[in-house]
Design a protein around this ligand. Structure first.
Ligand code: NAI
Length: 340
């Protein structure tokens, strides 16, 4: 039998956590033959509710679930984990400036980064979901210098999956027949969803999406804004932000990273830029990637990166706050956007 893999979920008492932990316990993240031990972290005010989630996990009698730790102690939570999914954080609230949310998250991610650095298993893979996701991933990276930068990523797979979903709805085809969308940039409304290289499996072979859709206006207009604004549309409809789709996409992200992407398929991941596509090195930026043997690499070649402007984040100067929003064009212009 395989050794269990320890998976940390922070913010596990929240909405996404509640949708995510059963998926992990069912094998949706690491495969149907991989036992798991869940480490769930939340803050003291949520401790009782977190314990309720643990009770439900016990009640669900998941055969793959070999243990559950529910704790408010960050060191205990991080000890020995192989995978860390960072869902907890301080989201931007009505009327909050970007810098306020940044400073809250700097202190949260600083302590979680050092706990991971000191206590996680070697080669622990980290996925940051909590918004602002690119920035939180960068903060974590800065405060955990001994964790290889390749091991710190953020979630843009939800946006990627939303793009596939929109194409499948538009063409009235199975979503599993659509592939190779790209999300460029940040997980925020400044992202650039790009299906100019996406294809559809048809009875007559692989066809480009733009040939089948044959409506450049839609592809360059409503398609892009629908994907960019989907988080807001979900909030409007559900009165809560996306949770089941975020949880499912987080499983997709880790599964493909650990077990590999299918031949000929790329996926979007927010990763530490190596300078590819003229995206400055050190930005946490969403690129098309393929994964083999637990390592992602950015899809290279003749792809053209569209004109999107610079919407990643990186440390530029001494001050964290200035650092974080300086490169984001929308904040330089003073426009405020919501990250969802
Ligand atoms: P939620 O508010 O329901 O849950 C967040 C949980 O985090 C709460 O239980 C809270 O107590 C906990 N928490 C707060 N500070 C913490 C800390 N220092 N340590 C551990 N836990 C802490 O929020 P929800 O809906 O589950 O969303 C979680 C995050 O995911 C939000 O930041 C949201 O904006 C983000 N998100 C990201 C998406 C993406 O595609 N990257 C998509 C959807 C949401």
């Amino acid at each position: 039998a395989k050794e269990p893999v320890r998976v940390l979920v922070t913010g596990a008492a929240g909405q996404i956590g509640y949708a995510l932990v059963p998926l992990i316990a069912r094998g949706a993240m690491l495969g149907p033959d991989q036992p798991v031990i869940l480490h769930m972290l939340d803050i003291v005010p949520a401790a009782e509710s977190l314990n309720g989630v643990k009770m439900e996990l016990v009640d669900a009698a998941f055969p793959l679930l070999k243990g559950v730790l529910a704790t408010t102690d960050v060191v205990e939570a991080c000890t020995g984990v192989n995978i860390a999914v960072m869902v907890g954080g301080f989201p931007r609230k009505e009327g909050m400036e970007r810098k306020d949310v940044m400073s809250k998250n700097v202190s949260i991610y600083k302590s979680q980064a050092s706990a991971l650095e000191k206590h996680a298993a070697t080669n622990c893979k980290v996925l940051v979901v909590a918004n602002p996701a690119n920035t939180n991933a960068l903060i974590l990276k800065e405060f955990a210098p001994s964790i290889p930068e390749k091991n710190i990523t953020c979630l843009t797979r939800l946006d990627h999956n939303r793009a596939l979903g929109q194409i499948s709805e538009r063409l009235n085809i199975q979503v599993s027949d659509v592939r190779n969308a790209i999300i460029w940039g940040n997980h925020s409304s400044t992202q650039y969803p790009d299906v100019s290289h996406a294809t559809v499996t048809t009875q007559d072979g692989e066809k480009p999406v733009h040939e089948l859709v044959a409506d450049e206006g839609w592809l360059r207009g409503d398609f892009i804004t629908t994907v960019q604004q989907r988080g807001a549309a979900i909030i409007k409809a559900r009165k809560f932000s996306s949770a089941l789709s975020a949880a499912s996409s987080a499983c997709d992200h880790i599964r493909d990273w650990v077990l590999g992407t299918p031949q000929g398929t790329w996926v979007s991941m927010g990763v530490y830029s190596d300078g590819s596509y003229d995206v400055p090195a050190g930005l946490i930026y969403s690129f098309p990637v393929t994964c083999v043997d637990g390592e992602w690499s950015i899809v290279q070649g003749s792809l053209l990166k569209p004109e999107t402007g610079l919407c990643g984040v990186r440390p530029l100067g001494k001050g964290w706050s200035r650092t974080y929003f300086a490169p984001a064009r929308e904040t330089m212009r003073g426009r405020r956007t919501k990250d969802r």
